[in-house]
Each structure stands twice: as C-alpha cells, then as structure tokens.
Design a protein around this ligand. Structure first.
Ligand SMILES: *Cc1c(COP(=O)(O)O)cnc(C)c1O
Length: 509
C-alpha cells in the first residue's frame, strides 16, 4: 500500500519511502464527531461546484496526530536546537507566552465585538503601544502592520503623506545603504519611488561622502538599519541623520535589529522619525514558516497624525480612587493614511505574546537581553576569527558576518551551511548582506549558553578543516538529514504545493 510519492535520496542514505496520509486512509475510519448543529441549515453550494469524487482521506485521530508528528520531526526548530539565522533573531520563545495567549478571555474574542465587552484586549493593546513608545523613544505607535515589510510600507506611506501635506511634491528618491535588507528597496519600489543606493565605507558604516552627494530636495528620506546587517552600529549615526534631515528628508529606521539596543539606545532619541518593530524577532513570537509576523510602527510627533487608523486610545479617563478603570476604544489620527489591515493586526499570536514577554522581563530584563545578545555574538566572532575571514572586523552588536570560503578549497558558504545540518545545527543566513562574498551571517541571540556556543564554534572549525582535507563530504552535505540537498532552482520554478494528493488524482477535473 505504501506509495513512493514522497521519496528522496541523499548520497549516503538509502532511499526513504514515506507513507502518505492517503496510504493510511481506510474507508469508514473517523477522527471527529460533528456536534449537532445549533444553527439553521444553509443551502449547499450549487451542484457544479461540488466534487463528489474528491478523495479525502479517512483516518482516526491517532493516525492524524502521528502523521503530523512525523512531519514535524523532519523540521528543524528553535525548540530542537541552535538556530543562528542572522537577521531573523531566532531566540527561544518562552512557553509562558503560550499560556497567556490561550486565556479564554483573549482566545474567544472577536474584533467586531462592542468595545465594552473587550476592554481587557484593548487595555493590553494600549499598554503595548505605550511600552513600544517608551522602549524606542517615539511619540505614537500603530500595532496594525502584519510584519516588518508591511511596517516598512506603512512607514514610507506616512513619509510620503507628510511631504505631500506640506506641498512638497518633488520628493521621489529614497536613500538605502547597500547593506540593506531586500524588503527596504521592495517597499519603496511598490510605491513607485526611486531607490538610490548608498555604499558602505571600509568600516561598514554609511559612506558619508556618498550620502552627502545624494542629499537634495528630491529626497523622501533614508531607510537605515542600525545596527546594520553586518551587525555593526553606525559610528557616524548622528552625522547620517543630520545630513538627511538637512535636506528635508525623513529618517526611517528598520527596527529588525532592535534586539541589540533594548534598554540602551532609543532610535527616537537618535533622531529617527519612523521605525518598524519586528515583534516576532525582538519580542519572542514564533516565526519563519510557522507563525504570523507583527510589525508595529513608531513615529516621532510630526508624523503622528498620519498613522493608520484605528489606534487604541482612552475614551474616558478612569478614577483610581473609585476603582474605576478607563474606557478604552478606537481613535482616528487627524490625517490618517487609512487602514493597513483587516481589524487590528495579529492580536493573540502577536500582541499577547509580546506583551507577556515585555511584562515578564521589565526594563532591566530587556537591557540584559541586548547585552547578552551582543556578548554572545562577540564571543562567537572571537572564536571564529582565526578560521573564517571577517571582512568588517570590529566589535559587533548582536550578529556578525563571516566569509564562507577558503584559499585552495572549492567549498562555499552554501556547502558549509548544509554541512552544519549534518551536525544538527541550523545554518546561518547565507549570501546576505550582498556586500560580503560568500556571506555567513551569524546571530546566536541571548538565549544560548556558552556550551552551545562552544559546540557551534568547534563544529564550524571542524568544517573548515574538512573543507581542506575532505571537501567531498562538505560538498555533498547534508548527508544524514531526512532529505538530501535540494535543487533550489527547480523547487522555485516548479512549485508543488499539494504534495499530499494521491498520485493519479486529476487536478484539472
Ligand atoms: C526580517 C527583516 C526585515 C523584514 O521583516 P519581516 O517581518 O520578515 O517582513 C526587514 N529588514 C531586516 C533587516 C530584517 O532582518
């Protein structure tokens, strides 16, 4: 009965044949019993839309659980091992977050409920807005955007609206350093603005001369990640911001790397006008193929009127003496760019988890996070510096970028990453930032102990040795994972998104 519909071969392991969920199906097996309906029956869809032959598998609950459990074990996860995926901040997600977001009062609410019945939810959102304002030094925050990239889009829309509102129509150019994440130029491109790339200097800072030359009255502003994607804090940040402000531009902060700054530096104090947070990175929301992103945006006072609506605000002040809480509700900023998302953003999966995480750590705990994240990255950088070339070699922040290549060896960054999987480590980020050849971008996060960092460093050193003495085993990696090395081009060109259909099922029928 076992079909070969999901087979794989890797050079060193035998071909694995996995039963599909259809192989396990047997007529009449039942996994759920539907409760009796307590609403009036609705008309079924028209006959031509029904597919009586649709071959849905029939399974008992235990079969379904085992099916998904088995699939989940093919995956690598933060709960399973070290995950130094640079720029993504794959920190451990404390399980108390899960307890809190499953509290019935949060779980069983609907965004269309009357505000009187969801005051707890609104109070949580209000408090989260307040905390994010305080953490990053901004005048106001929207929680709406669905991820970092969506936050960028929101922020740039506000920048454009700000210039327009002043009758300043010439501004069409966004300055973006060559170290930037791809979402920055993409967000700007989506608005029909022009991207002007600003090179980095030899210390990994924004090249001030190039920036000065690009600053004129057609500049919308600059999008800057600080610390940048090399893991370096820009040593001239005040000059950079002064130059952009000097030509009437606004300063956008890509807040993906906020983990390095918590409790130490506030981007708003540095002069950033607008910044997105990646709550899923900095404030412990599971992400990456699994969880929803959350990309709140903070703004300085001059942009506050342009924020998306609705914000959560206090409609009626409370009275502590009378033990009366305030009444929370929705507010519309005066020149709002409008709505960015259905309802209010990712409430349970995002806001509640991040709220819990911030509440649990408090101000001192948040500062510890940044300090340990930076310490861990510098420790790893110091351990690997003699083996891997670090092109911008100075004290790093929460991550650093090494080169995955060696003289006289054909091993490349991708091979090193695949070989790490054989040793049960998740690979670092590869080939980003673009300004480093064979980039390996390593972000250990604060949640790893020294033993784990040492084990990873020793494995990286061992792979470098293998690259010189036995490069075949590195080039063929991963050799002992469930699936061998994928053809990434074919995977992208010939998407198969429903591999669970029976082999002979006719999709066009
Ligand atoms: C992750 C990241 C983004 C995009 O954030 P998403 O939440 O993935 O959309 C933007 N910039 C940098 C530097 C990032 O690391």
């Amino acid at each position: 009965m076992v079909s070969a519909s999901s087979t794989t071969s890797s050079p060193l392991s035998a071909t694995i044949v996995e039963p599909t969920i259809f192989d396990l199906s047997s007529r009449g097996r039942v996994g759920v019993r539907m409760p009796e309906s307590d609403v009036p029956a609705a008309e079924p869809p028209p006959q031509h839309l029904l597919r009586p032959e649709l071959p849905l598998p029939e399974l008992a609950e235990v079969d379904v659980v085992r099916h998904y459990m088995r699939l989940s074990k093919f995956n690598y996860s933060v709960d399973g091992g070290f995950y130094p995926l640079g720029s993504c901040t794959m920190k451990y997600n404390p399980k108390i977050n899960e307890d809190v977001c499953r509290l019935p009062g949060f779980l069983f609410t609907h965004p269309l409920q009357p505000i009187e019945t969801v005051q707890g939810n609104l109070a949580l959102m209000y408090q989260l807005q307040e905390w994010l304002k305080e953490i990053a030094g901004f005048a106001a925050v929207t929680l709406q955007p669905a991820a970092g990239a969506h936050g960028e889009f929101t922020g740039v829309l506000m920048m454009r609206a700000y210039h327009k509102s002043r009758g300043d129509d010439k501004r069409v150019k966004m300055l973006i350093p060559d170290a930037a994440h791809g979402t920055n130029p993409a967000s700007v491109g989506m608005m029909g603005m022009t991207v002007v790339t600003i090179p980095s200097d030899e210390r990994g800072n924004v090249d001030l001369k190039a920036l000065e030359a690009a600053c004129d009255d057609t500049v919308v502003g600059m999008m800057l990640t600080n610390p940048n994607t090399l893991g370096l804090f820009d040593e001239n940040i005040e000059k950079v911001i002064a130059l952009v402000h000097g030509c009437g531009g606004l300063m956008y902060g890509d807040g993906a790397n906020l983990n390095a700054l918590l409790g130490i530096v506030r981007p708003g104090d540095l002069g950033f006008d607008v910044m997105h947070f990646n709550l899923h990175k900095t404030f412990a929301v599971p992400h990456g193929g699994g969880g929803p992103g959350v990309g709140p945006v903070g703004v300085a006072a001059r942009l506050a009127d342009f924020l998306p609506e609705p914000l959560v605000g206090i409609l009626e002040e409370g009275d502590e003496d009378k033990d009366m809480p305030p009444l929370y509700g929705y507010m519309k900023p005066a020149k709002s760019i409008g709505r960015m998302k259905a309802f209010h953003g990712h409430f349970g999966g995002g806001f509640v988890r991040s709220f819990t995480y911030i509440a649990m750590h408090g101000p001192d705990g948040l500062k510890d996070i940044a300090q340990y994240a930076v310490l861990n990255a510098n420790y790893l950088q110091a351990r690997l510096r003699d083996t891997y070339h670090i092109p911008f070699d100075r004290i790093c922040m929460h991550e650093f970028v090494a080169e995955g290549q060696f003289e006289g060896s054909d091993v490349r960054a991708l091979d090193i990453s695949k070989r790490l999987m054989d040793y049960n480590f998740h690979p670092p980020t590869n080939y980003f930032p673009l300004i480093v050849h064979e980039a390996l971008m390593i972000e250990p996060t604060e949640t790893e102990n020294k033993d784990t960092l040492d084990a990873f460093a020793e494995t990286m050193i061992k792979i470098a040795e293998e690259a010189k003495t036995n490069s075949a085993i590195v080039k063929s990696a991963p050799n002992n994972t469930q699936f061998g090395r994928m053809d990434e081009v074919k995977a992208a060109r010939e998407l198969v998104l429903c591999c669970w259909l029976p082999e002979n099922y006719d999709l066009s029928a």
